[in-house]
Design a protein around this ligand. Structure first.
Ligand code: GLA
Length: 393
């Protein structure tokens, strides 16, 4: 995390509120493979990355909530923390949703102040919203002495998104922000919540993100629709195979056998999920063998499924993947996150990164007249306190 960011957030808090805050950092995430599998009780393979949100938080001794979006230069004051409801101020809902979740667990939330800001590009599919939720959940856990385990904090943050942001998301983003380990990706079984870390050396293979700059205004409603389509698929299969509790349990043979009953759209959505789960498993075997080419193959297949069957890609993302595939030294490329815009994730040989960025940027500009933003990320630790020295130095 850039030191000046934490210092700036700390100074902003001190200046406005005049007392010493707790400083917390919460990273965004990448997901190597396993997209739209989390809410189907399947597998994901994310990592926390060095694009972060920093928070300065304190209890103010009163009932007021005072929120400051440092980057936007906007504030929101609310008179009574005991009476929280969704706000017209979009960014505030990620914070208020967390406070409401603590209250839903019977915990009194006193007045508090929070200044936050960071480097996670918004709407880029890097989970800035999950980072905002997880950072505040961590701070509350500290101040309110609730002693919640990290998985419970992830759940609180996920439910904040459901109830205050209206997105029926899975648990991947919040999990990744809280459970990240430096230099490791983590495979999560979204049913059992068991997880396993795998080393991923970003000096041996770079993770480069290409930001399409596209933000689809219908992304959250389309996301919720996908989720419903999956549930519809499960409901149909369950009539024939009671053991199918989620698409995680389904097979292609079962889907094929009930293709007509599922209908073409639900069939394709379900087929994508069943195949994507299998790809995560294969991709992890490749990681264990240091087989980046094999891993990359799964990524390309993932993108094709997201584009053709799950239908959450867009022309810009497809063009970025196509351009990446043409560059030597690129192991794999695919759209990342919920879709309808945001970033592609690309695994690139270190000595080919410059050529990759130049070539994909040129192709993107030529085709869409848009300047491409790219980020070379490293894998960092999950949510935590910012060391006091960082602010003093
Ligand atoms: C968003 C959601 C996640 C996950 C991804 C798609 O990031 O927040 O829970 O479903 O989309 O994999």
């Amino acid at each position: 995390m850039p030191v000046p960011l934490a210092q700036a957030i700390h100074a902003d808090f001190q200046q406005r509120f005049g007392y010493e805050p707790l400083l917390v950092r919460a990273p965004g995430r990448v997901n190597l493979i396993g997209e739209h599998t989390d809410y189907n009780a399947g597998f994901v393979l994310p990592a926390a990355v060095d694009k972060e949100i920093v928070f300065a938080v304190g209890l103010n001794g009163g009932a007021q909530i005072r929120l400051v979006a440092h980057d936007l230069g906007e504030t929101l004051d609310l008179p009574n923390a005991a009476e929280i409801s969704p706000s017209e101020t979009h960014w505030a809902n990620y914070l208020l949703g967390v406070a409401a979740q603590f209250q839903a667990r019977g915990i009194a939330v006193p007045g508090f102040d929070c200044v936050f800001g960071g480097t996670i590009p918004m709407g880029a599919g890097m989970s800035s919203s999950a980072a905002v939720e997880c950072g505040l959940a961590f701070a509350f856990n500290h101040f309110l002495h609730t002693g919640f385990e990290k998985m419970e904090l992830a759940r609180i943050a996920q439910l904040a998104e459901h109830t205050y942001a209206g997105v029926q998301c899975g648990i991947m983003d919040q999990f990744a922000s809280l459970f990240g380990h430096a230099g490791q990706v983590v495979r999560l079984d979204c049913r059992s919540l068991d997880y396993e870390y795998f080393p991923f050396d970003t000096t041996a293979c770079r993770i480069v993100l290409c930001n399409s700059g596209v933000k689809h205004s219908l992304a959250s409603s389309a996301y919720n629709t996908r989720r419903q389509e999956c549930e519809r698929g499960v409901a149909v299969l369950q009539q024939h195979y009671p053991e199918v509790q989620a698409l995680r349990d389904a097979t292609m043979a079962q889907l094929e056998a009930h293709r007509d009953e599922l209908g073409p759209t639900v069939f394709r959505r379900c087929a994508y999920v069943v195949q994507e789960n299998a790809r995560v498993v294969t991709a992890c075997l490749c990681l264990n063998k240091d087989d980046l080419t094999g891993f990359g193959k799964e990524m390309y297949a993932s993108h094709a499924g997201l584009r053709d069957d799950y239908e959450v890609s867009c022309a810009e993302l497809d063009a970025l993947v196509e351009a990446a595939q043409a560059v030597p030294g690129v192991f794999g490329s695919r759209m990342m996150g919920g879709g309808f815009g945001g970033c592609t994730i690309n695994l690139v040989a270190p000595d080919k990164v410059d050529e990759f960025i130049a070539s994909v940027s040129a192709a993107y500009e030529k085709r869409f007249g848009l300047k491409l933003e790219t980020y070379q990320t490293t894998i960092v630790a999950g949510v935590g306190e910012v060391a006091a020295e960082v602010v003093k130095s």
